[in-house]
Structure formats: C-alpha cells, structure tokens
Design a protein around this ligand. Structure first.
Ligand code: MN
Length: 394
C-alpha cells in the first residue's frame, strides 16, 4: 500500500483506491484497525513495530508491502544503516532470496531519499564484544547435539553467525533479536523460537513487549503463525518467571513500559551479562559490566569495572581520553613518568587522549570504578605492556 493516491507502477504497490475497488472492508481494517489502532498502542514503540513488521514481511517475501513499510520504518526512527542490516540479517534467518527481494525495493527508496554508501554499514564493520561464556555454552550444546550430523553447519553457525553477524555493532542486540524472533514466528519456525525469544529477553525485550509483538505479528503474518507461537512463548515466559530471583520480578529489569515512553532508550539494569576481564587487557581478577556500547551515534562507551585486590589494567592509552569515577574500595592509578596515586570513592580521574596510564585496585583492597571512554571510529583503547610487579609495588 502506498500513502499516495497514485498507483506506483514501479513496485506495483497499491493505493487505497485500488483496495476499495475490491474490498471496502479491507480498506477500513487497514486504516482503522491497523494504522489508527494497532500501531497506536503504547505497549510497543512505533519503531519496534516497524522492526517487527519489516522482518515479518521480508521473512514471507510479501513484497507488495515492502515499499510502504520500509518507508514507514525510516519515518519511525529505523536508521537507513539499520534497515540495511536488517535485510542482511534476514538473508541468514529467512533466506538469501528473501534479502535480495527486499533489496529490489529498498534500493529505490534509498535512491529517492538520497541515502548513499556513507550511511550504510561497512561489509566488515565494528564488532560488539562477545560474551564468551554464553557463546561457549551455546556452541558446546549445539556441537554436542548435532556435531556429527553436519559439523560444517555447526562450525558455520559459530563462525559466520554468532562470532560475526550477531556481533555487528550497527544493529543493537535487542533489535537483532526482535528481527530474528519476528522472522521465526512469521515463518512458523516454532522449534527455533525458545532459544531466540530467551535471547531477545536477555537482550532487553520485556515480557510485555514480547506479548505485544505476538499480537502485532498476527496481523502481518496471519493468525495461525501467531497462535502457533503462543504455547512456545508461554513456556519461555513461565520458565523465566520461575528462574528470576524474587527481587528481579519487581525490580527494574522486569518493569514494563509506561504508556507514552515509546522512544526514550533505557537499558534496564541486569540485562547485559557480566564479562570476565580478558588476560590481554588486565592482570589479576577483573569483572567488566558493560553499561552501554558506543552505538546509535554515541561516541563513548560506559562500563563498571571491578578489580580484586592486586588486579589492574595493562598500561594503555585512549585515543580520545577516559573518565573514571571510583565507586568502591581503594584504587591506584598512575600516569607514565609520575608516581602512583591513591583514589577513593567519589574521586574522578580524567586520562587525557594518548596519555599512557593504568588503573586498578590497591594491593590489599579491591576497587570498582565506572569508566566512560570516548571512542574514535569505534576504537576506545590501545593496550600496551602489563604493569610489572615491580612497577605495581612502586
Ligand atoms: Mn584507562
């Protein structure tokens, strides 16, 4: 369907006049029930609805609706780079031909809107940090189950999907999950839904949003597809409810959206898994809890870093500087060529761009800091040699 009254010969998209000429009732449902009804419900943001709709349409190659909904997605805040990446993602989750069918229409929309290569994600772009523990668990389970059936497919699932495609930073993990789950539901791939719905909820999709997504998809993929997903979703919801600690059930992590707050981006506490500080970055035991990645036009990333006594970063520099706020314990920081300084909760340290330094816990007492690190072309840090025991002991 197009918004204009003129028929769109290029894509064969329909006008309301066309629809009315065949079914006045369908025109009414399209306008009243869908666009002025479903799409206005506050339980899911217009942007999320567009992500879900575009994914469901591409999954089923319902190209008659591509033009209208790709355009609506861009108007609802889906960036051209994100639409491009959704199409790429669906090549893997719906089929190569589904993606190329989407390209046939998207290329014209991009051209009409003057969207050039500079706005599109690079073939080899920035990758998000991987949660090694979760990925190891996934890979081990799949290899154990199916390693002998098709070792090549199992390996490609790891190499191409979970260590590459899923880490491409242009699409937030929650969006990528929303695209995947929508495509699975639209294609009635019920067996794949539990893993991906859980992943979506781990990536920040609330139960209320998932529930509304099912409602929304019914209109675009048909009732049977949505109804067939209900028992599977019910099982996922129940298992997560039973697994969630009491506090989390009422805490921020489970809080449903208030009506009207559809566009503000809030990453809920407890939705990003903790990461063990890698050995090539740190000495000793360190936990990193990401607060936010540098994405969506943001040129800094944030995290909480917890150092056990004696643990510290390697020597390093930041291309555009870093601010740390000590929140707990007793820490040591050092700029190359100067002496070690003690830092305590409330102290704020700014490391200037390219200033060689390290930060960490004191020898006897652990330390936690919040770190806000500016990025340049996605790069936040250059790691150097480890802080030796002699340097650390002053
Ligand atoms: Mn630093």
């Amino acid at each position: 369907m197009t918004k204009s009254k003129k028929p769109d010969a290029a894509t064969g998209a329909l006008t309301y006049d066309d629809v009315r000429a065949v079914s006045p009732a369908l025109e009414y449902y399209t306008k009243a029930t869908l666009l002025e009804g479903l799409w206005k419900r506050p339980e899911l943001s217009p942007r999320d609805r567009s992500v879900v709709t575009v994914a469901a349409l591409i999954a089923r190659i319902q190209s008659m609706e591509f033009r209208f909904h790709f355009g609506l997605a861009l108007e609802n805040g889906v960036q051209p780079a994100e639409l491009s990446e959704i199409i790429t993602h669906l090549a893997f989750y719906a089929g190569w031909g589904n993606a190329t069918a989407a390209i046939v229409v998207a290329k014209d929309i991009f051209r009409e809107r003057g969207i050039g290569m500079d706005e599109l994600p690079a073939a080899k772009g920035k990758l998000l940090p991987i949660n090694e523990e979760m990925e190891k668990q996934r890979a081990t389970q799949v290899a154990g189950n199916f390693g002998t059936v098709s070792p090549e497919l199992v390996q490609a699932t790891t190499d191409v999907l979970f260590r590459d495609l899923w880490l491409r930073a242009v699409l937030a993990p929650r969006d990528r999950s929303l695209v995947t789950v929508s495509a699975l539901i639209a294609n009635a791939q019920t067996a794949q839904i539990p893993f991906h719905l859980n992943r979506a909820m781990d990536n920040g999709l609330t139960q209320a949003e998932a529930s509304e997504m099912l409602h929304h998809i019914a209109f675009y993929a048909g009732w049977p597809c949505a109804m067939s997903a209900l028992p599977v979703a019910k099982d996922v919801f129940e298992k997560r409810q039973n697994k969630a600690p009491e506090a989390a059930k009422t805490g921020d992590g489970q809080k449903t959206k208030q009506s009207g707050d559809s566009t503000m981006k809030i990453t809920r506490a407890g939705t990003i898994p903790s990461m063990v500080g890698p050995r090539d970055w740190f000495t000793g035991k360190v936990r990193v809890d990401s607060l936010f990645p540098a994405d969506g036009g943001r040129h800094s990333n944030g995290g909480v870093v917890t150092f056990e006594p004696g643990a510290r970063t390697r020597w390093h520099t930041h291309p555009a500087g870093q601010t740390i706020v000590i929140t707990q314990g007793l820490g040591w920081v050092q700029k190359d060529g100067e002496s070690i300084q003690e830092v305590r909760p409330g102290d704020v340290v700014f490391f200037e761009p390219s200033e060689k330094h390290w930060h960490g816990a004191s020898a006897q007492v652990g330390m936690t800091h919040i770190a806000i690190t500016e990025t340049v072309d996605g790069k936040a840090v250059d790691w150097l040699e480890a802080v030796s025991e002699e340097q650390y002991a002053r």
